[in-house]
Write a protein that binds this ligand. Structure first.
Ligand code: ARG
Length: 258
């Protein structure tokens, strides 16, 4: 082997090795049960799904994951981190599960294993009253979205949009709209509804529903045992009224996939 090929070979070996331990490392359900604690990561900046009320992490997804933990006979330990780092943290075995409103996409499904969806939603256009309402209205307009989201992917596909501006958190995208730095904001349908309900004087309007997505918790790629336990707990919650109560509390409607 010539010298200059060696590093490449070494890199390929290291990648293979990392790939292997990447799948072996994820804590199997037996180990999680034994420890008594499920480690769950979320963003904490996506109200009313996951957010901080003062110093307390709360929201629909936070309470839902705690109810799931309860059904699985374990406590939940929370980690919060930027949206972009959540799924990669699963691959590095920094936590067992992520619940942060991730839509199931083919791309993400290559890297992680999704459990059954905990709600169905999609992206809507939000603008100042009198502003853009439909996808066609967005022609020539500047749109704000959170980095790494399905909103970004879907707005990029729209013809004629002048510019798509990325923000680290969805709140930042909203702030950009309110301060007039952008013409529209694309975000989750239920989030937009709740935001406008909480602030009737925001001067914002909800426009067209752009796309539908199934939102699910994620576990490390191939951690089938944990995914199965989560699915069983979710099915119980959906059957025994626990899910309906949580959804009603946060959204005044049942947002499960129909
Ligand atoms: N549903 C969108 C997606 O799948 C946005 C999720 C944003 N979640 C968050 N915690 N900020 O990309």
């Amino acid at each position: 082997m010539s010298l200059h090929r060696l590093p490449r070979f070494a890199v390929a070996l290291a990648a293979l090795w990392l790939g292997l331990i990447g799948t072996v490392q994820a804590r199997p359900i037996e180990a999680i049960q034994k420890s008594g604690t499920l480690i769950v990561a979320t963003e904490g900046q996506f109200a009313p799904f996951n957010f901080f009320q003062g110093k307390t992490l709360t929201g629909f997804e936070v309470e839902l994951a705690e109810a799931l933990g309860q059904r699985m006979g374990m406590k939940v330990e929370w980690k919060t981190i930027g949206f972009d780092a959540l799924l990669t943290g699963l691959q590095a075995d920094r936590w067992d599960m992520v619940i942060a409103s991730h839509g199931i996409t083919d791309e993400r499904a290559k890297a992680v294993t999704f459990a059954d969806p905990h709600y169905c939603s999609g992206g809507v256009i939000v603008a100042k009253s009198g502003g853009a309402k439909t996808a066609t209205d967005l022609a020539g307009k500047v749109v704000a979205v959170q980095t790494g989201t399905t909103y970004l992917d879907n707005v990029k596909k729209l013809a004629g949009v002048k510019d798509v501006k990325n923000f680290p958190a969805d709140n930042n995208a909203r702030a950009a709209l309110q301060s007039g730095r952008v013409d529209a904001w694309v975000t989750d349908k239920f989030l937009a509804k709740a935001a406008l309900l909480a602030e009737p004087k925001s001067g914002l309007q909800i426009g067209e529903f752009l796309f539908v997505e199934r939102i699910a918790p994620a576990v490390a790629k191939g951690n089938a045992g944990l995914a199965k336990a989560v699915n069983q707990a979710m099915a119980k919650l959906m059957a025994d009224g626990g899910y309906a109560a949580l959804s009603g509390k946060w959204f005044k409607e049942d947002i499960r996939c129909k």
